[in-house]
Design a protein around this ligand. Structure first.
Ligand code: UDP
Ligand code: LCN
Length: 807
């Protein structure tokens, strides 16, 4: 609970001298910005030194503990205070007068801007504020409901829609009349032209169907049903069709969130899906490890297979003979570097009809861009790309799609352009937002121009987040963080790009558009080590040779004592993944080195094969550590492995050695490797920053480690391995805990069912709320044209300049 300003003022006045001394300490840190740790540690230090017992449990301590960041300006301390999940307040303390007052978000942001760009802070700056568009739109109230938007929306819809049952019923009928599959009319035909007619026809149809055997196919009653005004889509057989009609009758009589959800969940609405993923190398083989190419590709390919299965099954149940069509749309790269990224259309393995459609990036003059482009530089191409994509998908599908899914900032922006142009329901998936990865990357956006271009990216994010009908997050923390840390989406609520614009209200994580739908791991590839009959012998031998063999081809280090368990880590080799951090903890812990070998799979062994300076640094550092600590007999480093069946066997092989998996990232948005390792039966130690903190229940299905405290992390691993020696069944308990956790929560079947349900619920919601949404759409359009486009053009100019200069 926020302390009342009056209580705070009274406290500061009562303990004036001590409070003054504490605040002086903050000034003496001589920093413009104080982080949570600065505020907290200084407070603790101060309390431990003097007789200030009154500070304990005081309103001042409450304030300091909740403050996330503060700005020190002469005698003022401005604080951004997070009272609870995504509930913010802003305060100013006069450190001389010891007076405190509440300030607005604008005043706080201006305070930050004054440090960086005083002229623009006090000048006339654009305030981006989407709050006025909230009018009348529902908002969740409880932090625990965040991420369950669809459930909330069902409650809201059943109330709003049927507040006046007649109006609600008519609206629903209008919606039902929209549905078609190609030329085929679905659900209701022209014969049902009023709510009264619908209710009568339903009665008659239910009575008729009630006399038929449940298993009788719809085709045999289709004629009778059409006479009553009903077309296919109610059920493949009489039993299911009757059920669906009962659901609708119940809903028209007494709507409840449950029957709204169940009825909408059955409506055949989605036959054609477009999934946007422009950047990187999107392919089915030999792409992982290429720049900007990682888990997102794995996620989408698995997602497509699961969605197609679920759509086929749902069509079958509803009695619709339509083949679902899924197109993954990505960039065509003529200089494909040994991948298939130069092929315009490619069937997706393991599906019946899904395809990858590749469309090139074009320069302003229309020429195809031949080479790969970093994800930080794609912005100038996206609008032209979107227009060409629209033409291509209409040609491929013969129509507009029913549903568009965006991925990452660029894919989400293109999805919102297409959704707007074609009037299609849009969903966003972030995978990883960049904003929380780099401290103050918004405030210091100018330092990132040319390389990361975050200002343009965050602008695209704001547009796409607000345009999306719904947003899928892999975990709760991705949306709203934890009680102590800020969520990735939450960080877009209020921030400033000094000199460009200031966001007073960018996105609200209490918006019911947010839903948690977690991905899974491909169950055909990643399965428990104990399922020995499923494990191919040849792969087992190959993996044994790779890990415990002596060949140094594309490998470094040969394990001297092959009987030890393995500490296994696998990731792209970059700064945020922190493989060199883990190697350093291992190197500095002799007991751990004694107890286990270290296996790292990822990246490249030669720094000159790396594609960016961060990678070069990681590769160099890994070699340096191995040299410095003489680790060649205890460490085996294999270059990244692109064959997923081999990777699946690697996890299981490590489990055979009674080893563990370690994921030491400084921050991990979700972490597919974490669930792959867990479901393979490997006890997993993973970073406490990001998704893994939620995936793993510490001590039950794995362990959390803090990458900022490597010694403690190494101790935790050592302690576990020692316990496994002393206590029979200890390793197996954790191994089983991980398998169960993944099977319960992280499977593609769960994912696809929920995703399809959401697309129907939000499709209906979009239909109902279309008029109100137009207002914010116009505002966003303006923002796109006046802000985003300008920024994208600037990046294009920068790049052209670099090219001219031959950089
Ligand atoms: N991966 C792989 N070979 C490697 C390294 C990683 O096949 O050498 C796969 C891994 O199995 C996982 C994906 O790449 O499916 C990485 O996804 P994650 O979400 O862990 O991280 P990202 O790379 O997306 O940040
Ligand atoms: C991107 C990341 O950084 C990972 O944390 C995710 O697991 C991956 O995308 C798939 O969503």
């Amino acid at each position: 609970m926020p302390p009342l300003i009056d209580d705070l003022s009274a406290f500061l006045q009562k303990y004036r001298d001590s409070a003054y001394l504490l605040l002086r300490r903050y000034r003496e840190l001589h920093k413009d910005f104080l982080l949570q740790s600065d505020l907290h540690d200084t407070f603790e230090q101060f309390c431990s030194e003097g007789d200030v017992s009154a500070f304990r449990g005081s309103p001042l301590e409450g304030l300091i503990n909740a403050a996330q960041v503060s700005v020190v300006r002469s005698s003022s301390l401005l604080l951004a205070v997070r009272w609870s999940v995504a509930r913010w307040g802003f305060m100013q303390i006069d450190m001389d007068q010891l007076e405190v007052r509440e300030i607005s978000v604008r005043q706080f942001l201006q305070g930050m801007e004054r440090v960086i760009d005083p002229e623009s802070a006090d000048g006339f700056t654009l305030d981006l504020d989407l709050k006025p568009f909230e009018r009348g739109f529902p908002r969740l109230r409880e932090a625990r409901s965040i991420g369950h938007g669809a459930e909330y929306l069902n409650r809201y819809l059943s109330n709003r829609l049927f507040r006046e049952i007649e109006t609600g019923g008519r609206k629903l009928l209008e919606f039902l009349r929209l549905h078609r599959a190609g030329e085929q009319t679905l659900l209701v035909n022209q014969g049902i032209d009023s709510l009264e007619r619908l209710i009568d026809s339903l009665r008659s149809a239910e009575e008729f169907l009630g006399k038929q055997p449940a298993e009788r196919p719809w085709s045999e009653v289709a004629g009778e049903m059409a006479r009553r005004g009903f077309e296919p889509g109610w059920g493949g057989a009489v039993g299911r069709a009757r059920d669906t009609m009962n659901l609708l009758s119940d809903l028209l009589e007494a709507p409840s969130p449950d029957n709204v959800a169940r009825f909408l969940g059955r409506i055949p609405m989605i036959f054609n899906i477009v999934i946007m993923s422009p950047h990187g190398y999107f392919g089915q083989a030999d792409v992982l490890g290429k720049p900007d190419t990682g888990g997102q590709v794995v996620y989408i390919l698995d997602q497509v297979r699961a969605l197609e299965r679920a759509m086929i099954e749902s069509n079958r149940k509803q009695g619709i003979d339509v083949t679902p069509n899924i197109l993954v749309v990505t960039r065509l790269i003529p200089e494909a570097e040994g991948t298939t990224c130069n092929i315009p259309l490619e069937p997706i393995i393991g599906t019946q009809h899904a395809r990858i459609l590749r469309v090139p990036f074009r320069s302003e003059s229309g020429e195809i861009v031949p080479h790969w482009i970093s994800r930080f530089l794609v912005w100038p191409y996206l609008e032209r790309f979107a227009v060409e994509v629209e033409r291509e998908i209409r040609a491929e599908l013969g129509d507009r799609p029913d549903f568009i899914v965006g991925n990452y900032s660029d894919g989400n922006l293109v999805a919102s352009i297409l959704s707007q142009r074609m009037g299609v329901t849009q969903c966003n998936i972030a995978h990883a937002l960049e904003k929380t990865k780099y401290l103050f990357s918004d405030l210091y956006w100018k330092d990132h121009e040319g390389e990361h271009n975050f200002a343009c990216q965050y602008t695209a994010d704001l547009i796409a987040m607000n345009a999306a009908d719904f947003i899928i997050a892999s975990t709760y923390q991705e949306i709203a963080g934890t009680p102590d840390s800020i969520g990735q989406y939450e960080s877009y609520q209020a921030f400033s790009l000094p000199g460009l614009y200031r966001v007073l209200y960018g996105i609200d994580v209490y918006d019911p558009k947010f839903n948690i739908v977690s991905p899974g791991a491909d169950a055909n590839v990643f399965f428990p080590y104990g399922e020995t009959q499923r494990r191919p012998n040849e792969l087992q031998n190959l993996v044994a040779e790779m890990v415990h063999g002596d060949s140094l081809e594309r490998a470094r280090g040969v394990l001297a004592d092959k009987s030890k368990p393995l500490l296994f880590a696998m990731s792209r080799i970059d700064h945020i993944k922190n493989p060199s951090g883990l190697l350093e903890w291992y190197a500095n812990c002799p007991a751990l080195r004694e107890r286990a070998n270290f296996l790292f799979v990822g990246g490249m062994l030669q720094p000159d094969e790396a594609s960016d300076p961060e990678q070069v640094e990681q590769v160099r550092r890994m070699h340096e550590l191995i040299d410095e600590h003489g680790l060649d007999g205890q460490v085996r480093w294999l270059e990244m492995q692109a064959d997923k069946h081999l990777v699946g066997e690697l996890y299981r092989y490590v489990a055979d050695t009674r080893g563990v998996f370690v994921q030491p990232a400084l921050f991990e948005a979700f972490g597919l490797t974490v669930i792959e390792a867990m479901v393979s039966g490997l006890p997993t130690f993973a970073t406490c920053y990001g998704g893994p903190a939620e995936i793993i229940v510490d001590g039950v299905s794995g362990f959390h480690i803090d990458p900022n405290h490597g010694d403690a992390a190494a101790e935790k691993m050592l302690d576990f391995l020692a316990r496994c020696d002393a206590e029979a069944g200890c390793w197996e308990r954790l191994s089983q805990g991980g398998i169960e956790r993944v099977n319960e929560r992280y499977t593609w079947t769960l994912y696809a069912d929920r995703m399809l349900k959401l697309s129907r619920i939000y499709g209906f919601w979009k239909f109902i709320s279309n008029i109100e949404r137009e207002e914010s759409a116009r505002y966003l359009e303006m923002f796109y044209f006046l802000m985003y486009r300008r920024m994208a053009d600037k990046i294009a100019e920068q790049e052209a300049e670099r090219e001219r200069a031959g950089v």
